[in-house]
Design a protein around this ligand. Structure first.
Ligand SMILES: [Zn+2]
Length: 581
């Protein structure tokens, strides 16, 4: 896609990204007032208990909060009582079901469904998601009747009763036919999250060849999924297992995009983060599919644009990409994508742990940080997540902004790029720790491969899961998981890193651990394990009993009450049960 198209697309994305990002651009949220004080008590009659797509989950307003604090209303929605594995992704295709073109021999419906599910497993997902794929027709041939159908369905899903959403949809010509978007907003929260993909702007756009089409289209789709992730995880209170929405939004929706109240991401993290994540997720998925993408090239183009931007705007820093960026300053708004991606690449270069911070930890940390110091969550989460590369020191936000500002003007473009560039293996095998359990579906089958290590030094074999080297798994306590592995590499568990080899990678020394066998059933080339359901074992390690240093980490979540906290937290509508989200 040429730059002109990219820019116009970016502008369009922004409109919706801010919708997903905060809860609605001003045109959609001006009259919203579904305040908690007027909300009805959740009752089954208010719910779409069938959990079907395109249906409002609450037919009146938000239910009463489960609890409140100074900053947030905490909600336990109906869908939080379902398990992660059951958290639905609803795919809605319009008009074009039989005309969605096949590219490279694979239907685009397959790409969309697989990529979104891959992204869900990789990052975690806590809310149901409605995906709308619109219009094989070029946008100028979409008829008013077709448009009306789109709008009706969007309104059904996204508009809480009493909001201005219906009016906005009816009166705004562009949305949603000529813009892609994704996210999770407080207005649409009862329904979960949403993604809109206009086919004519994604894989229907003009590309040089199919590889280019696949690369760019998958990136855009993953970008929109990333908005769903970052903006829904942000509101997930992991301790209380509630969705915590800022009180201020309900009383004054105009504050949604204000940097002084929650929930706020700077523009370069919201859009740069989604482009960084979109490139990574589409590259990982593509590697899984063994199709061709150009993630390295996509990163390089982002860096080049960012470099040129700062070269041309001598007084600007990352701070120019914080909100509010005036709508009348479209160049700055647009370049948040490239500038943010370049900043995150630089962070990844500084410390490999910053990759996971950019993909998940920053967002996972955000809500707790905001709760602790309202109005500063976005900064405090940054300073909780990103390492300087010197020991275990974290950046302060201001020190990072100053460092990056100096760095990106400190040498020629080629040298700077060569310093931070990652090759495709580093991208597709970089480890992401998801926020919620990432193993699905029942019966939780994992295929483990052993390959010679392809990243970093050393020549030994390493385990690969989901085509990711030594992937960190996040699993549910008490559930059974099966691992199928190559016979030459017996797959074992331990409560300590590297199992019987110990951290030094040598058996028969003082640091050796022991094999964990509780709940483990050994088969031939496969092993079943019931994950411990105890507050005393929250991490297991997998390792090969024949070779050192092959394994990785298993994080165990959602232990049922049993020991420790007796608080209910969940409650609400379901059958009790501790595994709410
Ligand atoms: Zn975006």
């Amino acid at each position: 896609m040429n730059k002109r198209n990219l820019i116009s697309f970016s502008i369009l994305v922004i409109i919706l990204a801010s919708c997903g990002g905060g809860g609605g651009s001003s045109s959609y949220s001006s009259n919203t007032s579904s305040s908690s004080s007027s909300s009805s008590t959740p009752a089954l009659a208010n719910l779409n208990s069938g959990n079907a797509c395109k249906k409002a989950w609450y037919t009146t307003t938000f239910p009463d909060p489960t609890s409140t604090n100074a900053v947030f209303n905490n909600y336990t929605f109906f869908w939080q009582e379902t398990s992660f594995e059951d958290t639905k992704i609803c795919l809605n295709y319009y008009e074009t079901t039989d005309t969605i073109i096949s590219t490279g021999g694979v239907s685009w419906k397959v790409y969309i469904e697989e990529l979104i599910n891959y992204s869900k497993r990789t990052l975690g997902q806590i809310v149901p998601l409605n995906v709308f794929v619109l219009g094989a027709n070029p946008q100028n041939t979409v008829t008013p009747a077709e448009k009306a159908t789109y709008n009706t369905d969007f309104a059904t899903v996204q508009a809480p009763v009493g909001s201005s959403y219906n009016t906005a949809l009816a009166n705004y010509d562009g949305f949603p036919i000529d813009s892609a978007g994704g996210g999770y907003s407080h207005e649409a929260a009862p329904n979960g999250a949403d993604i809109q993909i206009p086919q004519s702007l994604v894989w229907g756009a003009t590309y040089e060849n199919d590889d280019e089409r696949i690369s760019n289209s998958l990136k855009i789709i993953a970008h929109e999924y990333f908005h769903v992730y970052q903006n829904s995880i942000k509101f997930y209170n992991e301790a209380a297992k509630t969705i915590s929405l800022p009180k201020a939004w309900f009383s004054n929706p105009s504050l949604i995009d204000s940097p002084t109240v929650p929930a706020y991401f700077p523009w370069w993290i919201e859009e740069g983060g989604a482009d960084f994540g979109g490139i990574v997720l589409s590259a990982k998925y593509s590697n899984f599919k063994t199709i061709s993408v150009n993630a390295v090239q996509q990163f390089k183009e982002h860096f080049d644009e960012a470099h040129d931007y700062f070269a041309a705007n001598a007084s600007h820093t990352l701070n120019n990409f914080n909100l509010p960026v005036a709508v009348t300053d479209p160049p700055t708004r647009d370049y948040a994508y490239e500038v943010g991606t370049a900043a995150l690449l630089y962070l990844w270069h500084q410390d490999s742990r910053n990759f996971n911070a950019a993909m998940s930890k920053y967002y996972t940390d955000w809500q707790e940080a905001e709760l602790a110091r309202s109005g500063n969550g976005w900064q405090d989460a940054f300073e909780d997540a990103f390492f300087t590369g010197v020991g275990d020191n974290y950046y302060t936000l201001s020190s990072f902004v100053n460092e990056f500002n100096t760095w990106i003007r400190g040498d020629n473009k080629t040298n700077l790029w060569n310093l931070i560039a990652k090759d495709v293996n580093e991208i597709v095998h970089a480890d992401i720790v998801p926020t919620t359990p990432n193993t699905e579906p029942v019966p939780y089958d994992n295929v483990v491969l052993a390959n010679a290590k392809v990243v970093g030094s050393g020549t030994g074999n390493r385990y690969f899961i989901d085509a990711v080297q030594q992937k960190t798994l996040v699993v549910e306590a008490g559930k059974t998981y099966k691992f199928s592995y190559p016979g030459a590499h017996p797959f074992k568990f331990s409560t300590t890193n590297n199992g019987t080899w110990g951290p030094d990678g040598t058996g028969g020394t003082a640091d050796d651990g022991t094999e964990y066998t509780t709940g483990v059933t050994q088969g031939t080339g496969e092993v079943d394990i019931v994950m411990p359901n105890s507050s005393s074992i929250t991490t297991l390690y997998y390792y090969c009993s024949a070779h050192p240093n092959m394994g990785g980490k298993i994080l165990i979540k959602n232990q049922s009450a049993a020991s420790g906290s007796g608080g209910s937290g969940g409650g609400g509508l379901g059958e009790g049960g501790g595994s709410g989200y």
